[in-house]
Design a protein around this ligand. Structure first.
Ligand code: WTA
Length: 645
C-alpha cells in the first residue's frame, strides 16, 4: 500500500475526453438512467437495424443477460467497412516482428480486403454462421484477419494461446466442437522457434473432429501436411475475391469463446456476444486510454488472452485506431526492446502487465534510459495487482513522471475494463485500480453475505449487468450460474477480494479462490493437480500459489508418490516437465515438494490453508490445526519445505 497521491496534471485535465466533473456526471447518469446513457453511447457503433430495448437482464433465476435487444450489426463491419471512406489509407495495424527490422503497416483498406478474402476462404471450407473455428496462431497479422473474418461471416472464434500444449488445444477443440483449425508452421519467441503445426498435429490426433487445418507459412519451416486435411493459407486466399458481404448478426449472437481457468474442473469456455461487447470495448478503449484520432496505441498482450481480444483488436479497430501487434518478447534482442519499439513507431499509449514491469525493473534503469520514449503520454497495466514499488518505477523511470498510469481491473468474463482511473479525471494512488467505469456498480460483501458500506474489505461483486459481461459458459449454462451467481445471490461474483478506502477507491487484493495468477495468467490449482496425478508416479497432489518477485505468484506443488516410487531430483524434473507438456510452460511448478502425506481433515478434505502458509513461509501463523486428522503431517511438511520465496 502506498499513501502517495498523484493528482491529474493540468494539461490532462483540460485536454482529455473526461475530467473529474464529467466523469461524475456521466457515471451518475450511467447508473441512474442506464437507458439514456447506453442509448446514446451505443451510437458509436453502426447498426444495420436499431435495437428496441437497451437491456433485459437478471442475475437471479436462470441468469439471462441481454443487451441492445433486436439490434442487428456486424463487428467486422464496425472495425473495417465503416472506416473505409474516411480512413481507408490510414494504418490500422502496425505489425512489429520478432526480429527488429521486420515490420508491416496494414491500412484499413488492406485489412478489409484481407479479411474479406479470408471470409470467403472460410465459407468455401463450409463454415457457416454459428460454427466454431479454433485459432492457434502466433502474434502475426493473419491472427487479426482470421478473427475478423469469423466475425464477418458470423462464425464463433475460439482462440487458443499459442503457448498452450497440444493437450490443452485438443481439449478446447473438443469442448467447442471445432471442425476447422487455423495455425502456422512455427511461431517465434525471441531466439526460439515454436513448432505450432507439430503441436496442432498432435492435438488433431487427439481431438479427431478437425476436418480442415489451414496453415500459415510464417517461418517457412518444413512441416508435414496431411493430404485432404491440411491446406496452406496462401493457396486458399489467392483464389478468393476481396469482397464479402458482412452477415447481419443479432446483438446477442455469439462473437467468440475464450477459455479461462477457474477454481474447479477444466477451463471454462466463456462466451461473449456481439452488440454489448463491441459497444463496451469501444467505449472503454476511448475513455480509459483517452484515445484520440491519430494516436499510436500499443497493448503488449497476446491475442490468446482476453486483453488482446478486447484491446488489441476489437476496441481499437472499432474506434479506427492505429494498433500495434508485436510478435516477440520484451528481452529480445535485449531489455530495451519495448522502448525501442515505442521510439520507432512513436507510440503514444502503452499498455502492459505488472509482471513485465517487474521483470524490466529488475534489469535496472539503463535499458530504459538508453531510449527516448518522448512520444509516450499514457501508461497502463492489467492482469494482476501492481505493487507500489513497480508502479513508482514505471511512473518515474519509464514515464518520466509525465505519464499517468491507468491500472485497469477486469476479467475474461467481464469482457472489458471495469475498475480503472480515467487519465484526465482520476487522481492516482499507486497500487489502486481506483474507481468504477461508467455503468459499473461494484460492491464489497463480507463472509456472511452482507454488503459493506464505506471503507472496508470483502469479496468484490457487481450489482448489475453491463454490456460486455459474458452471457454463458459454452455448453454449460449451469456452470455459468454456479460459478458466478450463487455465492452472493443477485450479484456477479468476481472471485477477487478488494478493499475500498475512504475516497471510495478500490484496491484489488487478489483471488479468493483456488486460482493462481502466474505472470498475469490465470491457472486453476485443480488443473495442475489433475495433470500431476495423471503421471504414474503420483498418488496425490496439492498445488498452491506463493508470492514471486517477478511473476507475482508462482506454483508450489506438494506430491505424494505411488508405492514403488522414491523421491529423487530426476523425478522432480520429470514431473515438472510432465505438467509443462500437459498444459503449457506457464503451468510449470516453480517448486515441487515430495511428502509422505498431505494435511487433511478427518473427513479427508485437504487443508490448503496450511499448505499455502508452508509455501509462503508463514510458519508461526498456521491458524487452527485442531481439525487435522494427523497433526504430525504438518511438522514433516515444514521440515522438508523448499524455500523459494
Ligand atoms: C486479476 C485479465 C489486480 C484478477 C484482464 C482477475 C487484476 C484476474 C487486475 C482476471 C488489476 C486483472 N489489479 N488484479 N488491475 N487485472 N487482475 O481473466 O485476479 O486473465 O480476477 O483477465 O486477473 O484475469 P483474466
Amino acid at each position: 500500500m502506498s499513501n502517495d497521491l498523484f493528482t491529474v496534471p493540468e494539461d490532462w485535465r483540460k485536454n482529455a475526453w473526461c475530467d473529474d466533473a464529467r466523469y461524475q456526471k456521466m457515471y451518475e447518469e450511467s447508473v441512474n438512467d442506464p437507458d439514456a446513457f447506453w442509448t446514446r453511447e451505443a451510437q458509436r457503433i453502426d447498426w444495420f437495424e436499431p435495437f428496441s430495448k437497451v437491456k433485459n437482464s437478471s442475475f437471479n433465476g436462470d441468469v439471462d443477460i441481454k443487451w441492445f435487444l433486436d439490434g442487428k450489426l456486424n463487428v467486422a463491419y464496425n472495425c473495417l467497412d465503416r472506416h473505409l471512406e474516411n480512413r481507408g489509407d490510414q494504418t490500422a495495424i502496425i505489425f512489429e516482428g520478432n526480429e527488429p527490422g521486420v515490420e508491416e503497416k496494414i491500412t484499413y483498406r488492406q485489412l478489409y480486403e484481407r479479411v474479406c478474402r479470408f471470409s470467403n476462404v472460410l465459407k468455401s471450407c463450409g463454415v457457416k454462421k454459428g460454427d466454431r473455428v479454433s485459432i492457434y496462431l502466433p502474434m502475426i497479422p493473419q491472427l487479426a484477419v482470421a478473427m475478423l473474418a469469423c466475425a464477418r461471416i458470423g462464425a464463433i472464434h475460439s482462440i487458443v494461446f499459442a503457448g498452450f500444449s497440444p493437450d490443452a488445444l485438443a481439449n478446447r477443440i473438443t469442448d467447442a466442437e471445432c471442425t476447422i483449425l487455423i495455425t502456422a508452421d512455427e511461431g517465434l519467441r525471441g531466439p526460439k522457434a515454436i513448432g505450432l503445426k507439430e503441436a496442432a498435429d498432435e492435438a488433431m490426433d487427439k481431438a479427431g473432429m478437425v476436418k480442415k487445418c489451414i496453415v500459415v507459412k510464417h517461418t517457412g519451416a518444413d512441416v508435414p501436411m496431411k493430404a485432404g486435411r491440411d491446406v496452406w493459407w496462401h493457396d486458399l486466399t489467392a483464389k478468393e475475391s476481396t469482397e464479402c458481404p458482412p452477415e447481419h448478426m443479432d446483438s446477442e449472437d455469439p462473437l467468440f469463446i475464450l477459455y479461462t481457468s477457474g477454481s474447479t474442473g477444466t477451463p471454462k469456455g466463456v462466451l461473449h456476444t456481439t452488440g454489448g461487447y463491441i459497444v463496451y470495448t469501444s467505449l472503454t478503449h476511448q475513455y480509459v486510454f483517452d484515445y484520440h484520432d491519430g494516436d499510436i496505441y500499443w497493448c503488449t498482450a497476446d491475442i490468446g488472452w482476453v486483453t488482446g481480444h478486447s484491446y488489441i483488436i476489437y476496441g481499437p479497430l472499432a474506434n479506427g485506431a492505429v494498433t500495434i501487434m508485436f510478435e516477440g518478447i520484451p528481452n529480445y534482442p535485449d531489455f530495451s526492446r519495448f522502448w525501442q519499439i515505442c521510439d520507432k513507431h512513436q507510440v503514444n499509449i502503452f499498455y502492459t502487465a505488472p509482471t513485465v514491469v517487474r521483470a524490466l525493473m529488475q534489469q535496472g534503469d539503463e535499458p530504459v534510459k538508453a531510449t527516448s520514449r518522448k512520444s509516450v503520454r499514457l501508461l497502463g497495466t492489467v492482469g494482476e495487482p501492481i505493487n507500489p514499488e513497480a508502479w513508482l518505477w514505471y511512473y518515474r523511470v519509464v514515464g518520466e513522471e509525465r505519464c499517468p498510469i491507468v491500472d485497469t481491473w477486469w476479467q475474461t468474463e467481464t469482457g472489458g475494463i471495469m475498475i480503472t482511473p480515467l487519465p484526465g479525471a482520476t487522481d492516482l494512488k499507486p497500487g489502486s485500480a481506483t474507481r468504477p467505469f461508467f455503468g459499473i456498480q461494484p460492491a464489497l460483501i463480507d463472509k456472511e453475505g452482507n454488503q459493506l458500506d464505506g471503507p472496508g474489505e470483502g469479496y468484490l461483486v457487481m450489482l448489475d449487468s453491463w454490456p460486455a459481461l459474458a452471457r454463458t459458459v459454452y455448453g454449460d449454462h449451469r456452470r455459468f450460474k454456479s460459478t458466478y451467481f450463487i455465492q452472493c445471490p443477485g450479484t456477479y461474483f468476481s472471485g477477487d477480494g478488494a478493499r475500498r478506502d475512504e475516497d471510495g477507491y478500490y484496491w484489488i487484493t487478489g483471488r479468493i479462490d483456488d486460482v493462481i495468477n502466474v505472470s498475469g495468467h490465470r491457472l486453476g490449482t485443480a488443473e495442475i493437480e489433475s495433470s500431476l496425478v495423471a503421471h504414474p508416479a503420483v498418488s496425490e497432489a496439492a498445488v498452491v500459489g506463493f508470492p514471486h518477485d517477478i511473476k507475482g505468484q508462482a506454483i508450489y506443488a506438494y506430491v505424494t508418490l505411488s508405492s514403488g516410487f522414491e523421491p529423487s531430483e530426476e523425478l522432480r524434473k520429470e514431473l515438472s516437465l510432465f505438467v509443462r507438456k500437459d498444459i503449457g510452460p506457464i503451468a510449470t511448478p516453480e517448486v515441487l515438494q515430495f511428502t509422505d502425506s498431505l494435511p487433511k481433515t478427518r473427513s479427508g478434505k485437504i487443508m490448503r490453508r496450511i499448505l499455502r502458509k508452508v509455501a509462503c513461509n508463514e510458519l508461526d501463523n498456521l491458524g487452527d490445526t485442531s481439525t487435522l486428522a494427523d497433526p504430525a503431517v504438518v511438522e514433516a511438511l515444514i521440515k522438508n519445505r523448499i524455500d523459494a520465496c
